[in-house]
Design a protein around this ligand. Sequence first.
Ligand SMILES: Nc1ncnc2c1ncn2[C@@H]1O[C@H](COP(=O)(O)OP(=O)(O)OP(=O)(O)O)[C@@H](O)[C@H]1O
Length: 720
Amino acid sequence: MPSMAKRSHDPCSIGKFSNGKQNRQTEFSARRQKIAQQRKSIPIASVEKRLIEEVQKNDILIIVGETGSGKTTQIPQFLFGAGFCRDGKVIGITQPRRVAAITVAKRVAEECGVELGQKVGYSVRFDDTTSSSTRIKYMTDGLLLREALLDPYLSKYSVIIVDEAHERTVHTDVLLALLKNVQSARSRSVADDQGVNFGKKNVNAGMSLEKEYGGQSNSFLKKDNREKYAPLKLIIMSASLDARTFSEYFGNAKSVHIQGRQFPVDIFYTCHPEEDYLDASLITIFQIHLKEDPGDILVFLTGQEEIESVEKLINDRLSQFPEGSQKLQVVPIFAALPSEQQLRVFAPAPFGFRKVILATNIAETSVTIPGVKYVIDPGFVKARSYDSGKDMESLIIVPTSKSQALQRSGRAGREGPGKCFRLYPESEFEKLEDSTKPEIKRCNLSNVILQLKALGVDDIVGFDFIEKPSRTTIIKSLEQLFSLGALTDDCQLSDPVGHQMARLPLDPIYSKAIILASQYNCLEDMLITVAMLSVESIFYAPREKQVEARTAIKCFSSPEGDHITLINVYRASNDFLERRSIEMGKAKIEKAFKKWCKDNFISSRSLRHARDIHRQIRVHAEQMGLNLASCGDDMLQYRRCLAASFFLNAAVKQPEGTYRALASGLVVQIHPSSVLFRQKPECIIFNELVQTNSKYVRNVSSIDYLWLTELVPQYYVVKN
Ligand SMILES: Nc1ncnc2c1ncn2[C@@H]1O[C@H](COP(=O)(O)OP(=O)(O)OP(=O)(O)O)[C@@H](O)[C@H]1O
């Protein structure tokens, strides 16, 4: 059992739990009363007037306030009350994650006593609950960026609040630059009584990549029409923000600090470092379950695999408890789970049960999970990392930053006093970085550049990022887009390919595969491929059943590689569901589907998610008028299309059985999970590069070497 040392203690009162026996109406009014009470006692309530004055006085305001002080839920309501939505204007609040946007909107609608989608709504990719009456709109930062493509001045908004800005996701950073530009353009339009026009580019024939890199900073909203826009108010918010960086970026903008949180959270550290944080998490879960007062537990793990393995370990251990004494409900939440399954963590546990939520960092900021009193934080997170020299992007497990640790502990103590168990010594905490390195500095930028180009940004190097990505990364990403045919020689979006790619909400390499597949008459098959490649892992092989799992996978495997194998799984699941939907009702199908997946060592969650993604991207393909054909059983065209799409990830076999990636020169091996692990064909394409003790490639298919020069001569003849 990890021994814990308590760091601080605040006097606490025990949270109250409803007995659930009141009739519905009394329950409803009691809940409304409770919410009204909560709102009054929230720290931010006492500074409402001052905050409104600050927003009125300052066009840009930076607000730093403790977790749970009421920034996300209350400030938009204050602004609404102060008249910021007059003339039908909207207050927009961005969140880095969908789950936060959805759940906070639901809470605020409830606080306002309105139906979701009326005064308060949310909009996230593929799910929009807003209507023409919506005045307080929660959304993801990525969604607001896409809105800017259609309405460059974001003209319906009077205020935009960028929440959890400390996360510094790529979308947040790009959004900040965009908003800065939109704000000054809107102010100019009023001051000069002269309008502005968005996105008209100085097409400069013959401009080379070199010129693109060397350009000067440009404002991409250019004056030349006569429309007027009302000024835009901008608020940047977080609990753990380096206010100075943001203030300087926005020309010494004013920052205000909100003191206090509603309930205390006691922090505990282990006395010694833990060798195995999964084991330590498991022990701490049961330690809390057996010894602590009622209250749910939120555990932060790094990804789906860890979550599923801890889920299994908890259930195994529970099965050893005497019948009827288990009383622990385990609910996972991670990005790859379909939305409705993610939202299960917000439902109360069955009466008398304690809920254990196993979460990735998607539950780290903004969300309030009702019932959570205990947080377990092993101190790790899976983060993107990019080596621009090798053009290699990977996900690696790294220690959290101090600001992430603070956010995690902030998930306890929202409805009453809480406790946070950090599974590392306090001395380790002191060594953590203050904040997380901005994502823009650790990822490939081709997607961002594609979006910026679609927004009309000419000069990427000169673009006013809050922190500039490295020049090498920008150059590599531009080169990649150029190789994919998304950019013309003068660095503009190509027509139609570049524009079509920017419309698809996917990585450029996948968008390109979809556009090409339309020409190769195999789009249906490529849509399945992209959907299956977008989820974590389709096959699930428990350690103790490796042999059985390998036999089961053989039923689907194709000698041509993992891509066709994934298509076989998808098609088999289609057949299964079609047959069953004739035989049985909806509720039974779900159960039968789970059993079918389990028998075949397939993760039913991942497959469901892939089916969901497939449905969504198919709608995009239809709307774009692409040719929705399938190549049926003759997969040759499909394999040629794989080669033409993923040529940047082609590799050839070396005499000793390793592979040399043609674009980067890296020496890689086929991952043991690939169906081609033993077969080792002469030439392959792959979709993922993972770095453990060696460099492995996953999702691999064999191709004919000559296809590369035949299908992508502009790259292979010229370059290699
Ligand atoms: N869904 C909910 N159920 C119950 N209480 C809630 C809910 N959402 C918010 N609250 C209450 O409102 C308080 C303020 O939440 P809010 O999200 O506005 O804080 P915040 O300052 O934005 O915190 P953070 O920085 O952690 O996002 C919470 O501490 C909690 O008491």
